[in-house]
Ligand binder design. Sequence first.
Ligand SMILES: *Cc1c(COP(=O)(O)O)cnc(C)c1O
Length: 376
Amino acid sequence: MKQLQMVDTKTQYLKIKAEVDAAVIAVMESSQFIGGKVVSQFAENLAAYHHSKHVVTCANGTDALQIALMALDLQPGDEVITPSFTYIATVEVAALLRLTPVFVDVDEKTFCIDPVAVEKAITPKTKAIIPVHLYGQAANMEAIMTIAQKHNLFVIEDNAQAIGNDYIFSNGAKRKTGTIGHIGCTSFYPSKNLGAFGDGGAITTNDDALAEKMTMIAAHGQSKRYYHDIVGCNSRLDAMQAAVLNIKLKHLDEYISARRKAADTYDVGFSNHPKIRVPFRDSNNRHVFHQYTILLENVNRNALHNFLAEKGIPSMIYYPVPAHRQKMFNTFGESSFNLPITDWLTERVISLPIHTELDNEQQQFVIKHVLEFVNN
Ligand SMILES: *Cc1c(COP(=O)(O)O)cnc(C)c1O
C-alpha cells in the first residue's frame, strides 16, 4: 500500500509534470517573473471559471481577505461578524485593520456560520459579515445575503477551502461560492483544492469599483505607476505560480470529483455508526471536501489520533483552538463570547486523509482502523 498522507501533491504533480514543467520553464525563459501575460491570463481563466466579472490576484489568501476589508472603507472599531470555528486568517486581518471581530456560533450540521446567530449579533457598528465555507461546505449564503441586504452589510466570502463549490439557491439558480457575496477570497496554498507550488491568492467580485480599488490596494495603492492615491500593500501572485495554476485550473473539476468520490467511500465505511457522524451533505451546495471531517461522539478523540498515527495514518484537528480562545484575542476577554457549538465541535472533530490521489486500498485501511478504535 502507498504510504498515507493528509495530501499527496507529489503524485498529483507527476500526472501533469510535462505540461507544468514546460509552463514553468517558459516563465523562466521569458524572465517575466512578476505580472505579465501569464498572470493576466490566469486572472481571466479564473474569472471565466467562476462566471465572475473580475478577479484580482494577490500573494496569498490572507492578503486576499485583508485587501477585501481594506476596500470597504471601514473605520477602526467597526464590527465584522465571523465564525470563530475557522482558520485564524479569517479574523486576524480584521484585528490587524483595527476592526472588531464579532465571533458567532456555527451550525452544528454544516460547521459553517449560523445565520440566526449572525442576525442576533448585528449592532449599529456592524459593517460586514465574513462567512467561511469550511472544509469545502458552503455556508447558508441565501440566508446570509438576505440578512446582509436587510441591514445593508457587506459580505466577504472566505472561499479558501471551497473553490469550485456550486451553491444552489432555493429558486434553482446556481452560483460558484466566492461570487455570491460582494467579494470572495481564495487561497492557492499548496494543500488547498487548487494549490500552487508556493503561495498565491485571488479575489473575485462582480463590482467594477471594488475591483478597481482592490487592484490598486494590492499594488501600493497606485492608480498609475508611481502615483499612489490610497494606502495599499504589496501583494502579488508571481508568474511561476500563475503558470502552474493555469494548468491545474483545467483539472479542478476532476480534482473535486476525486475528492467527492473519496468522501463517498468514507461515508459508506462509516455509515450509520453510532459514534461517528460523517460530513453533512447539504442539498444547497456541492461539498468539495477540502477536508473530510468526522464528528466523534463518546470517543477519546486524541487517543484515536495517536492510535491512527501508530498505524501510519495521519489525521488532523482543524482547529484545536477556536479563534475566540486564541491568545491574540485575550484583550477582548474570551468570556464575552458564548459559542457552545464551536466549543463542542472543537473537542470532537477529526479530519482524515483526503486528496485527489487516494486509492481504495488506502481508504479501506483508514476505515478499518478508525472502526477498530471506536468499536473498542
Ligand atoms: C488557507 C486559508 C486562509 C489563508 O490562506 P493563505 O493562502 O494561507 O494565506 C484563509 N482562510 C481559510 C479558511 C483558509 O483555509
